[in-house]
Design a protein around this ligand. Sequence first.
Ligand code: ISL
Length: 587
Amino acid sequence: MKNIFFYLTFFLFCITSCKNKPTEKVNTDSSNNKWWKEAVVYQIYPRSFKDSDGDGVGDLKGIISKLDYIKSLGIDVVWLNPIFSSPNDDNGYDISDYRGIMKEFGTMNDFDALLKGMHERGIKLVLDLVANHSSSEHEWFKESRSSRTNPYRDYYHWWPAEKGKPAHRWSFFDVNADAWMYDSATNAYYLHYFSRKQPDLNWENPKVRKEIFDMMNFWFDKGVDGFRMDVIPFISKDTTFPELPKEYNGDMVAYYANGPHLHEYLKEMNKEVLSKHNVMSVAEGAGVTAATAHNFVDEDRNELNMLYHFEGVSYGYVDGKFKTPDPNGYKLVGFKEIYSKWDSIFSNKGWGTIYLGNHDQPRMVTRWGNDAPEFREPSSKMLTTFLLTMRATPYYYFGDELGMSNIKFDKIEDYNDIETKNHYILLQTQKGDIKQFLEAAKISARDNGRTPFQWDATANAGFTTGTPWLKVNPNYKNVNVAAEVGNVNSCLSYFKKAVQLRKNNKVLVYGKYELLDKENPKVYAYTRGEGADKILVVLNFTKEKIDWALPVGLAIDKTPLLNNYQTFSASDAIELQPYQALVLKVK
Ligand code: ISL
């Protein structure tokens, strides 16, 4: 009997101690693991992907014709920029019918075929929810502006002019940077944080929230797998419209992102919509800081899954000057600090995202790498390595897999983007430095990331048989899918390898991130994982050759898991070629 008791105790002891023992391997079965954490998201700007009918504008049929290409990348999720009916004041970010498809992009049948084609290939589809504002051509706004007593009046924010001019609100795209627009029809001002044709919806009105939630359910019922949520932190407003409170120190965007009922509305959205479907949600985190990030994404808050912050992409611009890159370039130490900080924010709770390019950003290789002919490829691959080896869901922008770079327009007439064009007008009014602005725009303007996708070396890069809505980058003759697909050393092949590496090594998804050699101004090095399951990533962010000393006690396997050069040489130090990227197994 005593013996039995002894063995039983011993047995129970073994079970509990095994359970509590820290696992060295990454636990891929943890309940915290989610498909959207393990996914690689590929963003497509539909206007510029592939035109099927020769009108110069990309469309849904165009995307359908390229589904096998998308599948070949190995990515899991496609995020499509807005495809809904729109007069295109801001390329689809001004929606006139949330349940209709933009004429230039096709029909609902095309959409259904696209979704089906994606699902058949195991790819999930995430749409863009633009619900802070609608188009001024939306029926709701047409009604709203028609009279002060119209049932839709409270769908938007109006300020009766007899009360005088409301307190200043800053607008991103207005030619006067003024977010209040006077409308003579009812002698009142309406609010528009973005362009005059993008009036802000009044989320304080429960009817508006219901309209939006019903619309989201409509798309989820069709089988859509998630939403990226455009400036979602801006939805709630103090409708007394006071002067900017002092605690914001003049930071209007931070104020916009902290509306009084924001989190109530997100919780309501979660309850009414998101919780009912197996979908992912990601907030465009404009104005979100380290201090507020958890409020959006912690699981116990029941709001959203992820957000993307702006600290990284805003780094390296001159303070107070509109998107003007520092002439001395950016400092790698500061860059590392930002991404390490955002890793640590979510190291225990919540989950991060990582991106270097999107439709609001210039091409990543121009901004963060080096687009000179000899360095474009290696630096582009190096940045791809960074994106696919960090602890966060990567959002990878279409065309970056080819190493596409900024087009760098010389004159304002070449631009299409309302942000660039209206800022130009604002500067003219203010007698600002136009020349400096146009120089800065070559690096930072959004159209650099919106030029048509480069399929092959034929006319217009095979994007369209018509006249493209935005000029094609002349480097398409060399930088294109056809040229890269069969080349094992191309950017495209490298991207596919990097995606597979992440898929095959869950430690690159969930493993602990540790920054090494923090003060090194040229090399970004870090490890992922712990104990026996640990990977070292070494990235040379310069055009110089560098000997990077291996940290004491860190032994590496001499066959790299990923290398953007064919050469690799290491003893006590690793010899790094310009922009070399290495992913190595730690022994
Ligand atoms: O693009 C920007 C900087 O160049 C941002 O300021 C951007 O306007 C902001 O992040 C909001 O972006 C989102 O909403 C806009 C739309 O133009 C952007 O394309 C979209 O991503 C208005 O809907």
